[in-house]
Design a protein around this ligand. Structure first.
Ligand code: F6R
Length: 242
């Protein structure tokens, strides 16, 4: 696992975008795994800017997102479908049929999880997966205690995650309590993984990830068993590291 500490979140975003662009340029039909949340917004801003200024093409790129809330339709402003379009996908020349997110309003959520795994396999797996990290060490919506053998599944969000995500909603009562997420095994099968984190509120999670033993109670610690992971953090998120 490679740890890179940069000065601030701007530098974090620039470096993560640079690494993503290297993969996109080397393999123009790559499958890129995407994350939502506050942390990667700057990364998507960098990628948008690059697309505008340098014309990097996404004509053959496929994307698979980590997760989606259950019960929110793609046109709900709090859905991850909506977020991805706003922040990134509607700004680049990606083909609609190459964009994949779990469907949180599928009639049968178990079948939807299977379908999503099949999509990822049919794309030949994920070339590069971008991740954020939750305060409790979650990746995707894999909460503490999730099996490292897990594949795309339905999760009941913890109080802590609902609380943390309520900042994006009008009221905490509006935050969905369930989500569909790629499993830890699905994530670990990616060829390359980049995890970004900034701010002091992520410092504990980064300490767990980097210094604690590998344990299912810290989902992100599974990344330590992967051969090609880069963790990019700002000084505040690195502030508790020894
Ligand atoms: C989002 C996701 C989550 C977030 C994490 C951090 O698709 O899978 O694991 O990466 O909750 O969220 P922020 O960046 O909002 O602090």
């Amino acid at each position: 696992m490679k740890l890179i500490v940069v000065k601030n979140s701007d530098e974090m975003s620039k470096l993560a975008a640079e690494k993503m662009l290297a993969v996109i340029k080397e393999k123009p039909n790559a499958t890129i795994g995407l994350a939502t949340g506050g942390t990667p917004k700057g990364v998507y801003a960098e990628l948008r800017k690059d697309h505008q200024e340098n014309g990097t093409s996404y004509g053959q790129i496929k994307t698979v997102n980590l997760d989606e809330y259950v019960g929110l339709s793609p046109d709900d402003p709090n859905s991850y479908h909506y977020y991805m379009n706003e922040e990134f996908l509607s700004h680049i020349n990606i083909k609609e049929e190459n964009i994949h997110l779990p469907n949180g309003i599928a009639d049968d959520l178990q079948t939807e999880c299977k379908r999503y795994e099949e999509i990822i396999s049919s794309l030949g797996g994920i070339d590069l997966q971008l991740l954020g990290i939750g305060h409790n060490g979650h990746i995707g919506f894999n909460e503490p205690g999730t099996s490292f053998e897990s594949r795309t599944h339905l999760v009941h969000l913890t109080e802590e995650t609902i609380q943390a995500n309520s900042r994006y909603f009008d009221s905490i009562d509006d935050v969905p309590t369930k989500a569909l997420t790629m499993g830890i095994k699905t994530i670990l099968e990616s060829n390359e993984i980049i995890l970004v984190a900034n701010g002091k509120e992520k410092a504990k999670a980064i300490k767990f990830l980097v210094e604690d033993p590998i344990d299912e109670l810290v989902p992100a610690s599974a990344l330590r068993s992967h051969a090609n992971v880069t963790i990019i953090v700002d000084e505040a998120a690195a502030s508790l590291l020894q």
